[in-house]
Design a protein around this ligand. Structure first.
Ligand SMILES: [Zn+2]
Ligand SMILES: [Zn+2]
Ligand SMILES: [Zn+2]
Length: 476
């Protein structure tokens, strides 16, 4: 089976996988896949468009169910096929079930509508994805069964009935294949979606691709120029024909043992990638400072840092910014001369510090910590990596706000070069970077001209001063 630049193949112990059908360049899109089914989180139902998943102010409410919200008529019309039956079921049942139940219902309505494959390029029917039900721990299984019961109640307002084993299978598929969808700025998770082809891409902690959500474009006057919400698989480097395509399901900035634990818990996956088997990067992520403190001191400070980071998380949750700042600064002081710049605990404290200081508008301090954090990130992440690009962008903005326009501009340019690969030229983040790049460039130019003007002014004034002093001397 093939679709675009890739084909399905037997990836051995990993099961099915996808590989490149030809040589691929850095930043190339291997495929773009619209969501098979997707829902906005219930908690954000009135703040995020149910069709394009952009976070916007003043959304229009569906007059019938009063639950779904849209940017405008264009989005509402585009989303109607997916919402029509949901709208009727919400009205009939008089309540809105949770997002998992709504996603399962949307998936089944879609499946009934399309009778299997949604398009020629879909490689497997959505209900043939893996559910991992037999591996689920008892507690998780109970939650899933509750969802199944709620689903059957919601669905009973519909037509075609399904056996509850099949519904459990669908919930298993959602649990293991559902992807969280971010808003257009990449700042917040706003929903959940299923992309059957993307689900076939296996994990690697050091992947050769990244999956990026593009919210599409519906602003053009002519609807022929509109594009839908879609997930794009983009190459992070050159990929040779026949090479397996991989994405990372977890953040690389975790020790290999911790990544493996997360992968097992969340995806029932035993990672055997090079970075895990050879523990690549672990030494840097747990490294001691150049001062070579004893192993015991390093251990003690790392343990203290972990405790502090838990407290920071709590204070952040409570909105106590002063406490976050205090805890982080105390912790960083202890880490100084003990943990290296690349130590995960240090990077996490720095990240929390940058966030809280930016929030408190203390940009100069935030900028200083952002630079330190970036030094660590650069040594750990691959050169083209979304998290690195986003961190560079935030650091660039922080410097800009702190009045360090030149450094900020350079960081924004670097972030742009990464995001053009990981997100592509049409993504809102890349477009934001593009306008920030021009703004900082203009500001820099103005600053330089001002400095020149100032210098000229000083020179003319000093030369006139010279003249007048000469005049004065002559007159003597
Ligand atoms: Zn919209
Ligand atoms: Zn409605
Ligand atoms: Zn791995």
């Amino acid at each position: 089976m093939t679709a675009g630049n890739m084909e399905l193949f037997d990836a051995g112990t990993k099961g099915r996988g996808l590989r490149a059908r030809r040589d691929i360049n850095t930043g190339e899109v291997l495929f773009a896949e619209p969501s098979y089914a997707a829902v906005v989180f219930n908690s954000l139902a009135s703040q995020v468009c149910h069709s394009c998943f952009r976070r916007q102010a003043n959304l229009h409410r569906c007059a019938q169910c009063r639950f779904a919200h849209y940017c405008d008529r264009t989005c509402q019309t585009a989303g109607w096929d997916d919402h029509k039956q949901e709208c009727a079921a919400i009205r009939k049942s008089g309540s809105v079930p949770n997002e998992n139940v709504r996603l399962a219902a949307r998936l089944l309505w879609r499946r009934n509508r399309d009778q299997g494959l949604a398009s020629d390029s879909q490689l497997v029917p959505v209900d043939q994805l893996q559910d991992h039900l037999t591996d689920l721990p008892a507690g998780e299984l109970e939650k899933l069964e509750l969802d199944v019961r709620n689903f059957l109640r919601f669905w009973s307002c519909g037509t075609k009935q399904h056996p509850s084993e099949y519904i459990s299978h669908i919930f298993g598929i959602i649990k293991f294949n559902g992807l969280t969808l971010q808003d257009q700025r990449g700042q917040e998770s706003v929903g959940l979606g299923l992309f059957p082809n993307l689900s076939l891409v296996n994990h690697d902690c050091w992947p050769n691709c990244t999956a990026t959500l593009n919210h599409g474009n519906r602003s053009a006057v002519s609807s022929t120029l509109h594009s839908p919400l879609r997930m794009e698989l983009r190459a992070l480097g050159k990929i040779s024909e026949g090479e397996e395509l991989t994405v990372s399901y977890v953040d690389f900035l975790n020790l290999s043992a911790d990544r493996q634990k997360q992968l097992k818990e969340r995806f029932q996956l035993d990672c055997s990638c090079n970075h895990c088997t050879q523990h690549i990067g672990d030494d840097l992520m747990a490294a001691a400072a150049e001062e070579k403190p004893s192993a015991d001191v390093v251990k003690e400070v790392a343990a203290f840092s972990k405790e502090t980071l838990e407290k920071v998380e709590k204070a952040r949750h409570d909105g106590d910014h002063g406490q976050v700042l205090k805890l982080c600064q105390q912790c960083l002081e202890k880490q100084e001369k003990v943990l290296a710049e690349t130590h995960l605990c240090k990077l996490r404290v720095l990240s929390a510090l940058v966030e809280v200081l930016s929030y408190l508008r203390k940009f100069s301090e935030a900028a200083e910590y952002a630079r330190k954090m970036l030094e660590g990130y650069r040594k750990l992440y691959p050169p083209y990596y979304p998290q690195l690009g986003l961190a560079l962008m935030r650091a660039g903005v922080t410097h800009w706000h702190a009045g360090q326009v030149e450094v900020g501009h350079k960081m924004i340019c670097k972030a742009y070069r990464i995001m053009i690969v990981t997100h592509g030229p049409n993504h809102s983040i890349t477009k934001d970077l593009e306008s920030m790049r021009s703004l900082t460039e203009l500001e820099l130019k103005a600053l330089k001209e001002n400095v020149l003007d100032m210098k000229n002014l000083q020179m003319t004034s000093s030369s006139s001063a010279d003249e007048s002093s000469k005049d004065f001397l002559r007159k003597q």
